[in-house]
Design a binder for this molecule. Structure first.
Ligand SMILES: *[C@@H]1O[C@H](CO)[C@@H](O)[C@H](O)[C@H]1NC(C)=O
Ligand SMILES: *[C@@H]1O[C@H](CO)[C@@H](O)[C@H](O)[C@H]1NC(C)=O
Ligand SMILES: *[C@@H]1O[C@H](CO)[C@@H](O)[C@H](O)[C@H]1NC(C)=O
Ligand SMILES: *[C@@H]1O[C@H](CO)[C@@H](O)[C@H](O)[C@H]1NC(C)=O
Ligand SMILES: *[C@@H]1O[C@H](CO)[C@@H](O)[C@H](O)[C@H]1NC(C)=O
Ligand SMILES: CC(=O)N[C@H]1CO[C@H](CO)[C@@H](O)[C@@H]1O
Length: 655
């Protein structure tokens, strides 16, 4: 029985080694003796041990090696995602690139529009080769035209989260080093709010409109329409290498305010190819409702991961994408039917929302065959497949700034991937013991980290090497340094701290457990606890704040909760705090629960202790401190009584 599998392995080995990888042309791939020897040895071992997953394990590692070879080829020839796009424009100009609402854009149109955008930037005279330009807009095709336009003139785009406002907006803009900001018309108010600061820092501000009345803000669309659509000279990007940044994508990392992670051209390839190995092919149509400013695709497991823009995928493989400005559970399947969607991208929340919609007769009437994403819970997984039919689910793991990824390639519900000797040999990583209170890895008497036992959660760390580099954050060397772990297993080694706790079961399947440190995930967004705390203490009555996430039954991720102390002699003013939180924080970051304490729990090193508070959650039967919840109807923080608690747990009050 297994013989058949081993023959398949042999066959796939030869395929992987001899067939030129994906998009590159003729190329003589030299045989890699090491891989061959390992394959042969494994096949023999497999036959002897009757290892049930060996076939998939080997196939997966080989696919990864193949991907690596492809990227290396691209790196040697400086073949970038933009070159790939331009090649596709030549070979399939009439193929659809994007469906958006009732519009459709072909490769040719995308090329023309991005040429115009590029020229508009050049003619405005504010951008020169290498300058970052901040893009502040929601999901719409213009997002891609601007980004492609920037790539054509050799500039990275800083992809701002369209939910951020005021202080966070300024911070994110500042840490990208961008001197130009382009915002959509809907976000004009958010821009106006910080306009004096923008002018102070001499930032040129464009709005995506035909004209603009606001002083100090220029219109962009008219400039684009007037610009020529002739191709942009390659000279303008001659300085680019695979190590140049293509985009800055914001992540909360594990501490503090959002940081701009550098996504280099080589990283863009690495991400795109990860998706390519999920089995998506050029006959597919992808449905994307996730924000483009996140590195989507590598979705969001209850806090695990940032996402890779689906645009990488569509550019790389020439697959049409149905783009939506916002996810809508009620429209989801109608859209899938309307556009003949075959692949959907998800995050855990999306799958849960879909399962929570009322059942319909048409539930199984669609062409979707594959769901690619991150963060689905085993129970939802089960529900989803039962209700919407035989859809393959490919769950994967990876972080925007990380140097490592996992893919569930075996049919095991809930698993992220597999822990195998082979995988570890080629892509070194470890799951190590972690002290949640101190917020750092546990070390033994000689100062080295220890791997966890099977079944026990531990911190995932991945070795930083030339092949798996960590590109760090823009203009923030301290934060970059903080993500690195030195002397993990021997003196002088260097690992990337993913900030994610994983668990490995008896059969070597890896599962996501939780996210450590100072972020949690809510409504698919990372919330940085320090940022929320900084905002809370700006109100008159709050003295100190300790922010963390708590589990709410039936919801993905964690809801924000703040334990606060009050200024001496002042009362808690629930309306003022509500107004303040509403003004300064995006909806997903607003603390849903407040707990008023006399003093905050602090460690010997003055770090706030969160573990105990997190465990107690928001249950008034267990906590004697005054508790409040964010009441959007009454626009204040309302006392959280045991009755209210029961309603929240039962799902009658929406949090
Ligand atoms: C992408 O993958 C290639 C091949 O494994 C590697 O050499 C390169 O450093 C990677 N780039 C990044 C930014 O991770
Ligand atoms: C790729 O770019 C690098 C850096 O500019 C350059 O040294 C190298 O020669 C280029 N390779 C090719 C094949 O153009
Ligand atoms: C932006 O950065 C500069 C220095 O790099 C600093 O002086 C300025 O205060 C920062 N502005 C904001 C709003 O953080
Ligand atoms: C979807 O498929 C049907 C039948 O195959 C076809 O008539 C229709 O035009 C397709 N829709 C789109 C948007 O491609
Ligand atoms: C980095 O850390 C050092 C030492 O902790 C500090 O002096 C410096 O100001 C920090 N730099 C930035 C940019 O935060
Ligand atoms: C790539 C792959 O094999 N993915 C699998 C992940 O797990 C689900 C759950 O059963 C399978 O259906 C997928 O095929």
């Amino acid at each position: 029985m297994y013989m058949f599998h081993y023959l398949l392995i042999l066959w796939s080995c030869s395929l992987h080694l001899f067939i030129p990888p994906l998009c590159l042309q003729q190329d003589s791939c030299e045989t890699n003796m090491l891989v061959w020897t390992v394959c042969a040895a494994l096949i023999v071992c497999g036959v002897l041990l009757r290892h049930p997953y060996l076939f998939q394990d080997v196939q997966y590692v080989l696919a990864k090696i193949k991907r690596r070879r492809f990227v290396l080829k691209c790196m040697q020839t400086n073949y970038s995602i933009l070159d790939r796009f331009l090649d596709l424009v030549k070979t399939q100009p009439q193929k659809t690139l994007i469906y958006f609402k009732d519009e459709m854009f072909t490769y040719r149109e995308a090329d023309v529009l991005s040429n115009r955008a590029a020229r508009a930037f050049l003619q405005a005279g504010c951008v020169k080769e290498g300058d970052a330009v901040a893009l502040f807009l929601g999901n719409q095709p213009m997002f891609l035209w601007l980004w492609l336009g920037l790539l054509k003139i050799g500039c990275p785009g800083a992809l701002l989260n369209s939910n951020i406002r005021s202080k966070s907006l300024l911070h994110c803009l500042n840490c990208s080093g961008a001197t130009t900001l382009v915002a959509s018309e809907e976000l004009l108010d958010a821009v106006k709010e910080v306009l004096p600061h923008l002018h102070e820092q001499q930032i040129t501000v464009f709005i995506l409109a035909d004209r603009c009345e606001t002083a100090g803000v220029e219109s962009f669309i008219d400039k684009m329409n007037q610009a020529s659509s002739e191709p942009i000279s390659k000279e303008l990007r001659s300085h680019l290498t695979m190590q140049s940044p293509a985009a800055y994508i914001y992540t909360s990392g594990t501490t503090g305010l959002p940081k701009a992670a550098v996504v280099t051209y080589s990283k863009v390839w690495n991400f795109s190819l990860l998706l390519a190995t999920t089995g998506v092919n050029s006959k597919d149509v992808i449905y994307d409702t996730l924000p483009l400013y996140h590195s989507t695709g590598l979705l969001v497991f209850t806090g695990a991961v940032e996402r890779v823009c689906c645009c990488h995928l569509l550019l790389c493989a020439g697959i049409p994408v149905v783009l939506r400005s916002k996810f809508s559970a009620s429209q989801f399947w109608d859209d899938c039917r309307k556009y003949n969607v075959t692949v959907i991208q998800y995050i855990g929340e999306i799958m849960r929302y879909l399962c929570n919609t009322p059942q319909k007769l048409s539930d199984k009437n669609h062409k979707v065959r594959l769901a690619v994403g991150n963060g689905i819970r085993a129970d939802v997984w089960w529900d989803f497949v039962r209700r919407f039919g035989e859809i393959q689910i490919r769950e994967f793991y990876g972080a925007t700034e990380g140097n490592f990824a996992l893919l569930n390639y075996s049919s095991k519900m809930g698993a992220l991937g597999r822990h195998t000797f082979l995988h570890k040999m080629f892509f070194p990583y470890a799951v190590i013991k972690y002290d949640a209170d101190k917020g750092e890895p546990l070390r033994d008497s000689s100062g080295f980290c220890m791997e966890v036992e099977k079944g026990e959660p531990g911190l995932l760390v991945t070795e930083i090497t030339a092949k798996a580099p960590f590109t760090g954050y823009v203009t923030d060397l301290n934060q970059t340094e903080k993500k690195k772990l030195h002397n993990v297993f021997k003196k002088g080694d260097l690992y990337f701290n993913t900030g994610d706790l994983l668990r490995i079961d008896e059969d070597n399947f890896m599962y996501f457990h939780d996210r450590v440190g100072d972020t949690f995930r809510w409504k698919g967004e990372n919330v940085a606890t320090a940022e929320v705390a900084d905002i809370l203490v700006l109100t008159d009555c709050v003295k100190e704040a300790n922010v963390y996430g708590v589990k709410v039954p039936g919801q993905e991720g964690r809801a924000g909760m703040a334990a606060v102390t009050l200024m001496d002699g002042l009362k808690f003013d629930s309306t003022v705090v509500f107004k303040h939180v509403e003004d300064f924080l995006p909806s997903y970051a607003r603390p849903r629960f407040l707990r008023i304490q006399r003093s905050l729990d602090i460690t010997g090193t003055f770090k706030l202790i969160k573990t105990k508070a997190v465990e107690q959650g928001f249950n008034p039967n267990e906590i004697t401190d005054p508790l409040y919840f964010l009441n959007e109807k009454e626009r204040n923080y309302t006392p959280l009584t045991p009755d209210v608690f029961d309603s929240i747990v039962a799902g009658n009050i929406k949090i």
